[in-house]
Design a protein around this ligand. Structure first.
Ligand code: FES
Ligand code: FES
Length: 127
């Protein structure tokens, strides 16, 4: 399997690895797994009072493409509103990283992680 240069770059120099305290009310946590391969991705967003994502961190137990996808989305979502971040599509990730067809599910994992984090935020800030 030949990885693209962008995948290798994110894999070797992953951006924003780590985590935040999930009990902090400004933190949204999305944790998802890929049934196809068993990989797990945790994505956390730090959201300010205006609903803007100020920071993002991830931990991914998975392949190079999954790590690169999550690293890339932590860069993309910073400065975006939750609504904008929720519109991010896995196809944009796959295109940016030039993922081959068998690795498309890795980018879907990243999209699912964002959506899960947004849901987490909404469920904890409802009402
Ligand atoms: Fe997920 Fe290879 S199948 S790491
Ligand atoms: Fe499963 Fe990449 S091979 S997430």
């Amino acid at each position: 399997m030949a990885y693209s240069e962008k995948v290798i770059d994110h894999y070797e120099n992953p951006r924003n690895v780590g985590g935040f305290d999930k009990n902090d009310p400004s933190i949204a946590t999305g944790m998802v797994g890929a049934p196809a391969c068993g990989d797990v991705m945790k994505l956390q967003l730090k959201v300010n009072a205006q609903g803007i994502i100020e920071d993002a961190k991830f931990k991914t137990y998975g392949c190079g493409s999954a790590i690169a996808s999550s690293s890339l989305v932590t860069e993309w979502v910073k400065g975006k509103s939750l609504e904008e971040a929720g519109q991010l599509k896995n196809t944009q990730i796959a295109e940016e990283l030039a993922l081959p067809p068998v690795k498309i599910h890795c980018s879907i994992l990243a999209e699912d992680a964002i959506k899960a984090a947004i849901e987490d935020y909404k469920s904890r800030h409802a009402g």
